[in-house]
Design a protein around this ligand. Sequence first.
Ligand code: ADE
Length: 236
Amino acid sequence: MRIDILTLFPEMFNSVFSESIIGRALKNNIFTVNCINIRDFSEDKHKRVDDYPYGGGPGMVLKPEPVFKAIQNVRKENSRIIFLTPKGKVYNQKIAKELSKEEHLVLLCGHYEGIDNRIIENYVTDEISIGDYVLTGGEISAMVLIDSVVRLLPGALGKKESYMEESHYNGLLEYPQYTRPREFNGHKVPDVLLSGNHKEIEKWRIYQSLKYTYLRRPDLLEKKELTKEEEEILSK
Ligand code: ADE
């Protein structure tokens, strides 16, 4: 996968690509990434990229020409051109999975009051929001998207199981995890996990996943079709 980021603040991405799992995936050529400064495409002698909004109102708007040129510079036939915006479709694991199958993502990060809407109407393929709150720009949202997509690429994570059983993989929240010691500040690990009975452990985990999801995210349960095993555990 290739990722191009169009931004006014490319330095913001430095640590994202040098650390941890994403840094390792980059080193291992699981994906390639390129940060492009939209300002480099301004033909204004002062390198201006914003202007006052037509119709008046507060704030500034990103001008269409430098953004268009930046897009043209990286765009291929099969590119997904994603604009990060609080007006977009709310991001989730299903979208992450879908995007992880693409060859080329172009992430367009907005700033100021917005971006000239002709760019969105004519050149953007997807508008994505990372949640119902407003950030100062699209960069942090782009980082969230990259992190969640790259970790799904083949070879990015050590063991397949680490994303097979996690929260949201199967539409439920993940069961709780414990490690040594058996007793910590007087708090014990649930007995079943020490029993060595793998069938009982599996049942307990499914039950915990269902319980957490029911208590914290009933909206997820409504959307989910329960497996036979999950139905059985619930009915007891
Ligand atoms: N830019 C500002 N707020 C945003 C959000 N919630 N999602 C995506 N991009 C944004």
